[in-house]
Ligand binder design. Structure first.
Ligand code: ZN
Length: 284
């Protein structure tokens, strides 16, 4: 599942492949209507065809693509990768890859394909590229890579919640871009029990956690950067993470305990019960 690092890599690739290029033709998959909601496939194709790709921004897990219409008017393309979405580039003459839901033919002989087997992603036209007016984007908290993590702000947000710290970290208004994988990874890095109530963390623990989140996201970007990202859930994909999806494996730090999986707010959490032992028992 894409989180900040995978979306950052997608943004870099789209810049490399398409900045300054004109979209000559757009094709969409009739089975993928839900991706384009509340708009529709025809409206999407009409808005994007003929535009030049000016720039690509990333905010949290959101791709904000700035296009310019043939008349020079700004057009926004909001791309959220959902659970299984990814952007790839092929030669225009190559057959479309499996699960290609939108195909943008560029003026350099390449085609960009948006692939999404499970159709949880979104492609939406944002008039005048007014992305801040999109509620999901306007509500985002600071981006940990672009803006850094302010431990004071993070502490204040965690202090205000009765939820477990792992669950609080998934709230995109706390930090934009942290998802299930990097919440588990950074709590492991900071040696904090994911079941602790957010408000029970000390100032020092929040500072350590802020650093661990930044480290985990940067490591994710560095280890996965490339033109064809593979999500850890895909068959045959490597698992670059230390605890995520490693239930039952020996803890890579203490080697004395096995990684445990628990469910919090309907999502899996992975942790080491020894390294992340909460002796003070302040669980949510
Ligand atoms: Zn351990």
């Amino acid at each position: 599942v894409p989180e900040l690092p995978e979306v950052e890599i997608a943004a870099r690739n789209l810049r490399r492949w398409a900045e300054g290029r004109r979209v000559e033709r757009v094709r969409t998959d009739p089975r993928a209507a839900r991706i384009f909601r509340p708009g529709d496939r025809a409206g999407f194709a009409r808005a994007v065809a003929g535009c030049r790709l000016a720039s690509v921004e990333r905010r949290g897990k959101h791709l904000l693509v700035h296009l310019a219409s043939p008349k020079g008017k700004p057009v926004g393309l909001w791309s959220h990768l959902g659970m299984t979405g990814k952007w790839v580039r092929r030669d225009a003459s190559d057959p479309a890859p499996a699960h290609s839901r939108a195909r943008l033919d560029l003026d350099d002989g390449h085609a960009l394909h948006y692939l999404d087997p499970r159709l949880f992603g979104r492609l939406r036209i944002v008039p005048d590229a007014g992305f801040a007016r999109v509620p999901e984007i306007g509500a985002l908290g600071p981006d940990p890579i672009h803006e850094g993590i302010d431990p004071g702000r993070l502490a204040a947000r965690l202090a205000a919640t009765r939820r477990a710290v792992k669950v609080a970290l998934l709230d995109q208004s706390v930090l934009a871009g942290v998802g299930n994988i990097h919440a588990s990874e950074s709590l492991f890095g900071a040696r904090i029990d994911p079941r602790r109530r957010g408000g029970s963390l000390t100032e020092r623990e929040v500072r350590v956690l802020a650093r661990a989140i930044a480290t985990s996201l940067r490591r994710g970007i560095d280890t996965q950067d490339g033109p064809e990202i593979a999500y850890v859930e895909e068959p045959g994909a490597e698992n670059p993470f230390r605890v995520y999806a490693r239930e039952g494996e020996p803890c890579p730090r203490c080697r004395k305990e096995r990684i445990r999986r628990i469910v919090q707010a309907q999502r899996s959490t992975f942790f080491c019960p020894r390294c992340q032992d909460d002796r003070r028992g302040r669980r949510a």
